[in-house]
Ligand binder design. Structure first.
Ligand code: LIP
Length: 257
């Protein structure tokens, strides 16, 4: 199978888009309503809806590609020895969602061996869908996108994500302080995947976060790079399965050390 597929095979990008839209419809129908909480922690919330959304996406993906693997925020499914792995965040920005802040999304990527080959990010509240295939043109609601053309950090809007563990938060706060001084404005928006989608279409000039998970950033990395930017993912040595991310338009110098 290839990411673009043949006539007889389902098209992975179309399947991912349809899955993201169905999950988005489910999530949107619960927005602003009482929610069943699976777990409430000091810095995070787990909703039954996260699980329901991932189940819906898993069913759609594995129905089309029964031999593939699923690796999602809410668990794994499918053939874990497959070379084809779907990386799923069923609600990225769950805390925003829980507090009725309409800024969250669904993120779906497909990885073949070590390479991300497609990415879909869907914001169900604004009905905005970003999609890209490796080597293809990245789109927002069907229209080509590109990163911003700004060359100076002093003109830039930079989103700085805050992680949950105290030692990472201290580091992230220090970084935020540096960008607050150097950039035009900083933002802390609560959805890593949307931050990357916003960098890809030029709304943000950069996005930086110290510890995210692969499902938060897999689709967005491909979008940013296809849109002409850079997205550096660095595995953290101190936190297994966590990644530091720096994504930007590729033209600005974003170093603040
Ligand atoms: C969240 C992110 C948020 C980040 C959190 C968390 P979730 O994802 O997108 O921006 O700061 O660490 O990963 O838990 O809502 O899917």
């Amino acid at each position: 199978m290839t990411a673009s597929s043949t006539h007889s095979e389902p098209h992975p990008l179309s399947i991912a888009v349809a899955a993201a839209r169905s999950a988005g419809e489910l999530i949107r129908s619960h927005f602003g309503k009482p929610l069943d909480v699976a777990g409430m922690y000091a810095h995070d919330i787990k909703l039954d809806l996260d699980v329901q959304s991932q189940e819906l996406i898993t069913e759609a993906l594995l129905n089309a590609f029964p031999s593939h693997a699923i690796y999602g925020e809410e668990g794994i499914a499918g053939a874990q020895d497959s070379e084809w792995q779907w990386i799923v965040d069923p609600i990225d920005g769950t805390v925003n969602f829980f507090y009725s802040i309409p800024h969250f999304c669904i993120s779906i990527a497909l990885r073949h061996k070590e390479e991300i080959v497609l990415g879909v990010i869907y914001d169900p509240m604004r009905d905005e869908l970003w999609e890209v295939e490796r080597g293809g043109i990245p789109l927002l609601n069907g229209k080509p996108i590109q990163v911003s053309q700004r060359t100076l950090l002093s003109d830039a809007v930079v989103s700085v994500g805050m992680s949950k563990s105290p030692e990472i938060a201290i580091h992230a706060t220090a970084i935020l302080e540096k960008y607050v001084r150097r950039a035009r404005k900083c933002r802390l928006m609560g959805s890593a995947a949307l931050d990357l989608a916003y960098v890809a279409c030029g709304r943000l000039d950069a996005y930086i976060e110290q510890a995210v998970s692969l499902w938060d950033v897999a689709a967005g990395k491909l979008l940013v790079e296809a849109a002409g930017g850079r997205a550096d993912l660095t595995p953290r040595l101190d936190h297994p399965d966590k990644i530091s991310v720096r994504a930007w338009n590729g033209t600005m110098d974003i170093s603040v050390e």
